[in-house]
Ligand binder design. Structure first.
Ligand code: SF4
Ligand code: SF4
Length: 150
C-alpha cells in the first residue's frame, strides 16, 4: 500500500482534453458489457451506434468536432459510470508508469496530474489504483495498449 493517496497524485479538473482525438478509446468485451448495461442497450446497439473497428480493435467513435462521441461540452463524460477501462485508468497508463519522460509529457498535457509528484510515487500509487479497480489488461490484443498487462 503506497503511503500517499491517489488525490495527492491526480485530481481531474474535468477540462476534457483527454477526450479529444480519434482512435484512442479501445472497447474491450468487458467495456462493451459495462457500457451496454449503463446505457440500457444491447451490446450490438452500442457497437452500431457508438463504436467503430480500427486497427483490429473496437473503439468509441468521435463526433465531427474530433471529441469522443460521449463527451458533452460543459458537462464532460456522459457515460462516466460506464466508461471504458482505458478512460478509468488515465493517467496511470503503462507508459507513464514505466517511463519518467512519458510522465513529464503527461504532466504538460493533463492539468490534473500533480506537477510536483515524483515518478516513483506516481508509479506506486498508479499500480495500486489499477489493481484495486480491476484495470489491468488480460489480453493485449483486445484491450488498450495503454493498460498495464497482467
Ligand atoms: S486532461 Fe486530465 S484534468 Fe483534463 S479531463 Fe482529462 S484527466 Fe481530467
Ligand atoms: S468515454 Fe467519457 S471519459 Fe472516455 S473519452 Fe469518451 S467522454 Fe472521455
Amino acid at each position: 500500500m503506497p503511503s500517499i493517496q491517489v488525490d495527492a497524485v491526480f485530481h481531474c479538473h474535468m477540462c476534457g482534453l483527454c477526450c479529444q482525438g480519434r482512435g484512442g478509446i479501445v472497447v474491450s468485451a468487458e467495456d462493451l458489457r459495462r457500457l451496454a448495461c449503463h446505457l440500457g442497450l444491447s451490446a450490438d446497439d452500442v457497437k452500431s451506434r457508438y463504436c467503430e473497428l480500427s486497427g483490429g480493435k473496437l473503439k468509441i467513435r468521435c463526433g465531427d468536432d474530433g471529441c469522443c462521441i460521449f463527451f458533452l461540452k460543459d458537462k464532460g463524460c456522459s457515460v462516466h459510470e460506464g466508461k471504458p477501462a482505458v478512460c478509468q485508468a488515465w493517467p496511470f497508463f503503462r507508459g507513464n508508469i514505466e517511463d519518467p519522460s512519458s510522465l513529464v509529457m503527461a504532466k504538460e498535457f493533463c492539468p490534473g496530474i500533480n506537477p510536483d509528484v515524483t515518478h516513483a510515487d506516481f508509479a506506486s500509487v498508479g499500480l495500486s489504483y489499477l489493481r484495486d479497480h480491476g484495470l489491468v489488461a488480460h489480453d493485449a490484443s483486445r484491450e488498450a495498449n495503454a493498460l498495464i498487462v497482467k
